[in-house]
Design a protein around this ligand. Structure first.
Ligand SMILES: [Zn+2]
Length: 374
């Protein structure tokens, strides 16, 4: 008989293995946690969820001050390979000798090449359309094309994300709509059914949606809380999809509305139980078990980065052979050639949904994109 035991497996290997095992089960699920006792919240498609934000214990085991909301705040590069996308924790300014981390990030380091390729391809498009690639108004005229090129970048600039635990509470389903209500299910044993899970969003969403929601919310003491900690919320992912369109997870994320939810006293009395259950859900734990948050060694990062960059570097080499200013052969060709060039760029657009919309590299962003990560 095989006896299971807990052992140290490099996070990267385990992530791959978990993914394979999910595929083996006939369900293609991107594994999100390395420890099944610390699951990651999965965004529901066009539905709503009742949650509680528990207090998190600090390094000394004491509950943190309410004002001091502990969360794992980190930069993440959205990286694309074929139709798969993943977040990789940025290690810029992180110094950790045992991981050989010296404050530099290989993914940030690759940024210049990524942008060089974007610019070279943009020049091709502009010239093929008979426009001057360096002219100010060319970027504006070709903003859709530019935006598409940015979305195809294999390594994105880091976006700041935050991860913290939430308590997800089972609620009744509305028979008419088939969607969840915000009324908790109370079992025959008179108990609530709930589970602690990791929740991640961009820091921007935390500021713009979560913190904004607190402005119009009073807790049980009639006060406006400074952080979501210690309160119930409804995460409302419902929206009306366009005609003939099915609701998607990505759009559900974009449509998220967070609303503070005053609850009856009997529910408030359960808060200490939730807080106790979330005691070990610290930022350190998040970096240990949540795949998007995992801290990798310098060597692991370098290997992965070289792998991601293979195609970009090969294409750049071709441009370099054609001379520094890129392909000039297309200059005199008409719009038919332009369409051909554009068509060749459509290869990597449909990146698999990962539950959250990838960072948007905005239209009109210029050199500052690079400087931000320099
Ligand atoms: Zn980085």
């Amino acid at each position: 008989m095989l006896k299971a035991k807990k052992r140290e497996i490099p996070a990267e290997e385990l992530a791959v293995a978990l993914k394979m095992s999910a595929e083996n089960a006939g369900v293609s699920v991107v594994a999100k946690t390395l420890d099944k006792d610390f699951p990651v919240f999965d965004v529901p498609v066009n539905d709503k969820v009742l949650i509680y934000v528990p207090k998190v214990a600090g390094p000394n085991g004491e509950f943190a001050d309410m004002e001091d909301f502990l969360m794992d705040r980190f930069g993440a590069h959205y990286c694309i390979q074929g139709k798969q996308g993943q977040y990789i924790r940025c290690v810029d300014k992180v110094e950790l000798p045992s991981y050989d981390l010296d404050g530099t990030c290989p993914f940030c380091g690759a940024s210049k090449e990524v942008w060089d390729l974007t610019r070279a391809r943009f020049r091709d498009i502009a010239r093929a359309k008979g426009l001057d690639p360096e002219a100010e108004d060319t970027r504006e005229a070709l903003k859709n094309e530019y935006s598409a090129l940015c979305k195809q970048q294999v390594i994105g600039n880091p976006t700041v994300k935050v991860t913290f635990p939430i308590v997800v509470i089972d609620t009744k389903i509305d028979d008419k709509t088939g969607k969840h209500t915000t009324t908790p299910v109370i079992g025959e044993d008179k108990q609530l059914s709930w589970r602690v899970m990791w929740y991640t969003c961009s820091e921007k969403a935390y500021t713009d949606i979560w913190l904004k929601s607190l402005e119009s919310f009073s807790d049980e003491n009639g006060e406006t809380p400074a952080t979501p900690v210690g309160n119930f919320f409804v995460l409302d992912y419902t929206y009306t999809p366009g005609v003939n369109q099915k609701p998607t997870k990505r759009d559900s994320v974009r449509e998220l509305k967070v609303m503070g939810k005053p609850m009856a006293e009997k529910f408030n009395q359960v808060k200490p139980v939730f807080d106790k259950a979330a005691k070990d859900w610290t930022p350190t734990k998040a970096a240990e078990v949540v795949i998007d948050n995992v801290l990798y060694t310098k060597e692991e990062l370098e290997t992965a980065c070289d792998d991601y960059m293979k195609d970009t570097r090969a294409k750049l080499a071709v441009y370099e052979m054609q001379g520094e200013t890129g392909s000039t052969a297309l200059v005199t060709l008409g719009t038919a050639a332009a369409d051909a060039v554009l068509a060749s760029f459509s290869g990597t657009e449909d990146v698999e949904e990962t539950g959250e919309a990838p960072p948007q590299v905005g239209i009109g962003t210029t050199e500052t994109d690079e400087e931000a990560v320099a």
